[in-house]
Design a protein around this ligand. Sequence first.
Ligand code: SAM
Ligand code: SF4
Length: 330
Amino acid sequence: MQLVDGFGRAARKLRLSVTDRCNFRCDFCMPLHPVWMPHSEILTYEEIARVVKILVSMGVSKIRLSGGEPLMRRDIERGVKMIREVPGVESISITTNGYFLAEKAEALKRAGLDSVTVSLHSLKPERFEEIVGRKDVFSKVLAGLEKARDVGLQPVKINCVVTKGCNDDEILDFVELGRQSGMVIRFIEYMPFDGRHMWSTEKLVSGKEIIAKIEERYRLERLPREAGSTSVAYRFADGSKGMVNVITSMTEPFCGDCDRIRLSADGKIVPCLFSRDEYDVKKLLRGGGSDEEIADFIRRAFAKKFAGVETMIKTGRVQPLIRPMHTIGG
Ligand code: SAM
Ligand code: SF4
């Protein structure tokens, strides 16, 4: 039976957080003093694969691994392989900070990973390292990107969180990178999931502003939006390779046909990123629950999925810090 929420939206994509830990300290994500989930609470790969199998039986087919930093999880390639072996899984991708990608890309590809998105918020090494709170990491991230392309992960995308006064002067530089390399550049609006309570509307650069900036130099063609997609895609009217995506979660969210469900590293079903609701499926997993009982639990949890962030934004009632981003993975 399909997994459908109270508004008739069916789940097709799973955002799977495999760890809350991270070697970076991005200022828009990580609290200054993070409190990590105890290791004993983190789902094993066997538990994850079981939940994936149950979700697939209810219509979910696209899996994105996230974190924290997913490549920090030990033997992540084993996790990928176990998910790949679940019949009905159509695609597996990872969102990563890229630091361990050069050393892991080959094994991940062999394990069945299809594509990768690397977060890169500045093309200036010093600025990048200031944003992510770590020194000597920029060149490793670039090497990771290159390796991902070499081993044939496809597509390779870049996630860039744009914040006013920090990196919004680099929008066109990222566009040039996309045009030269053929990579998809995804500009993300800053969301209020920052562990340091830094978010404010003044720091938000809207998708509209981002597109206007790019159109000062290039004509863009907006592509029809894929159902369920979080982003709007544009190609270059002059036929250049590369693409631009904007993720307008704050100014133009697409909650109406949202098709995502989330599973946190410690086994909570999170129907919506913007809601505080979470439902602990681990109790059943570790307490001898049958597949049917687990499916039923997930179905009941998902049925309560929040309508969406649209109303919250229109009424100006954005709740800051619903949860720090590293605990759920975006
Ligand atoms: N560590 C990995 C990474 O950074 O790519 C995966 C986890 S991270 C939480 C997932 C995505 O969320 C990244 O692209 C990151 O840049 C983005 N992100 C983190 N905090 C954000 C925020 N406050 N607003 C918008 N995007 C954010
Ligand atoms: Fe780590 Fe990703 Fe959060 Fe940065 S955005 S601190 S890399 S989890």
